[in-house]
Design a protein around this ligand. Sequence first.
Ligand code: E4P
Length: 217
Amino acid sequence: MKFFIDTANLDQIKEAQDLGILDGVTTNPSLMAKEGITGKNNILQHYKDICEIVDGDVSAEVIATDYENMVKEGGELASLNNQIVVKLPMIKDGVKAAKYFSNKGIKTNVTLVFSAGQALLAAKAGANYVSPFLGRLDDISTDGLNLISEIRDIYDNYDFKTEILAASIRHTMHIIDCAKIGADVITSPLSSITGLLKHPLTDIGLDKFLKDHKKGN
Ligand code: E4P
């Protein structure tokens, strides 16, 4: 299972990279804006900076919503670094653009996926990643994890190579549940990843070991 961090914050990306468990990064226009990264040149430079920190795939989302401009913008993003994965919205032109990039050998991540049918189309278009948004489905009282399960079944039935990138992760249990279902990748805020470290018995046990060691010396 790959671990991606879902942020454009360079300090958090460095922290996850230093932990030694990071396989990549996902960003989106909201996450870039949250870091105050605006204007085309700054945005492109920020993607380059992220690629300097991590070894794996870095998803960079297009702003264009029509096929021609998606292809143009995606091509520009992909030319920044071979770690860049062109992130495309799950709309008709996004599917067409995914097929275009797939034919060119450029990696894609089809985002804003909320149904099994959308995930099926992304796979048919040859996307490298499909991003079902778990948390946003949970927010509207719909079972996000069930969607991940459905996509897993469908992809396994036909041996689709598209990787399921569980997105919109809101807490540590989402990561564990995605691992049980067999999501290929999770993309998560740093806090949900570091949450996996925590267990009170670990802290109590370590404290006792250290105290006992001190007594014996
Ligand atoms: C990832 O690719 C998505 O952009 C992200 O996980 C969305 O998460 P949110 O629903 O917390 O904004």
